[in-house]
Structures are given as structure tokens and as C-alpha cells.
Design a protein around this ligand. Structure first.
Ligand code: IMP
Length: 190
């Protein structure tokens, strides 16, 4: 018999996301377990829409489940890559973004994370944002994706130069999962 007390299932194949969620939600005594369940992804300019669609398409599930979608929005590139971050990362990586911003001093960017929680028919959406800038070169060896080129506001280091704990203090995902943790605590939802 599976026991779901204080546990949520995170539908992702990104182990870094699992570790970040586990770290943040451990403060709320909530366990996070990876679950291998198909996440249907539509193409949309809105991360919220992608998350809502994925949650609704999961059919009948009784246990608490979470999906997350995130993206890097670069001001000078009109928000590119945004919801297409995963695809763009695979195609051109950090170096490709540095190339797009070559000779550009206006390097403001933000990361956005949308966390969707579902239990039965109840769905809640939480948003986390992290403002910062794109560095001039890659730095650091931790994390994943665009971490080596993103420097959060009031910091000198990239996310990839920070430990998971430090990144989570500032990060979009840290904020979104913290909001989920607070909501769960307040509503005693799982
Ligand atoms: P998705 O949320 O799985 O669609 O992926 C979003 C993409 O945005 C990832 O593949 C990364 O390239 C990028 N991304 C999202 N969050 C982060 C982060 O915390 N650090 C670095 N890159 C991120």
C-alpha cells in the first residue's frame, strides 16, 4: 500500500528540478517524489497555459501532483526564448545566447517558473520570477540549462556558481515552490 502522507509527485524528467523542489519543500515538511507520467506539452506563449493543459490532461489521479514549466525571458530579444527555452537550449545552448547578445550592453533578463498543483479536481497555480542579467561569458559548473549565463539581481555570481541552497534563495523555482509550500501549510492540503 503506497503512503501519500505529506508527499507530492512531481511529473518531470529533470532531476535538477526535483532536487530544487525537494530542497525548498523540505522546509514545509513536504516530500517530493519524481513520477514518470506523461506531461502533454502544448505550444503556447503563456507558461500558465502550458501547465494548466498538462495538469488537466493527466486524467483521473487521486494523489497530489505537480508540474512545472519555466523559461528565460531576455528583454533585448523581446522576451525570447521564453516558453521555447527548452528547445532553444537544446539547439543553441548558452553560447548561442551569448552570441545573440554579442556587443550588447543591455542584458536584462528574467527567469519565470510556473508551478501547477493538482489534487483531484482542485488546481492551483504558483508563479515565481527572478530578475537579473545575462553575463558576458559562461561561469560555474553547478545547476543546469542557462545557469552558467544568468546572474540574479544584486549578485555577482551566476546561478551555476551557486550551491543549490543559494540558488533556491533567489530563483524563480525557489519562489514558486515556496509559494506552494506556504499554501499547503495554510490549507493543510496534503
Ligand atoms: P521546461 O520548464 O522543462 O520547459 O524547460 C525550460 C528550459 O528553460 C530549461 O530547459 C532550461 O534551459 C531553462 N531553464 C528553466 N529554469 C532554469 C533554471 O533554473 N536554470 C537554468 N535554466 C533554466
Amino acid at each position: 500500500m503506497l503512503h501519500f502522507d505529506n508527499k507530492i509527485f512531481f511529473a518531470t524528467n529533470n532531476n535538477n528540478k526535483i532536487l530544487e523542489a525537494q530542497h525548498v519543500l523540505s522546509d514545509f515538511k513536504v516530500l517530493v517524489e519524481k513520477i514518470d507520467i506523461k506531461k502533454v506539452e502544448i505550444q503556447s506563449d503563456e507558461l500558465e497555459e502550458i501547465v494548466l493543459y498538462a495538469l488537466k490532461k493527466m486524467g483521473k489521479i487521486t494523489y497530489p501532483i505537480v508540474v512545472e514549466d519555466s523559461g528565460l525571458f531576455i528583454e533585448k530579444l523581446n522576451g525570447f526564448p521564453g516558453p521555447y527555452s527548452s528547445y532553444v537550449y537544446k539547439k543553441i545552448g548558452c553560447n548561442g545566447i551569448l552570441k545573440l547578445l554579442e556587443n550588447e550592453n543591455e542584458r536584462k533578463a528574467k527567469f519565470v517558473s510556473i508551478v501547477g498543483f493538482r489534487k483531484g479536481r482542485l488546481i492551483k497555480i504558483f508563479r515565481g520570477e527572478c530578475y537579473g542579467k545575462i553575463s558576458y561569458k559562461m561561469a560555474g559548473k553547478y545547476g543546469f540549462g542557462f545557469d552558467p549565463i544568468f546572474v540574479p539581481e544584486n549578485e555577482e555570481k551566476t546561478f551555476a556558481e551557486m550551491s543549490l541552497e543559494e540558488k533556491s534563495l533567489w530563483s524563480h523555482r525557489g519562489k514558486a515552490f515556496k509559494a506552494l509550500g506556504n499554501w499547503i501549510r495554510l490549507h493543510k492540503y496534503i
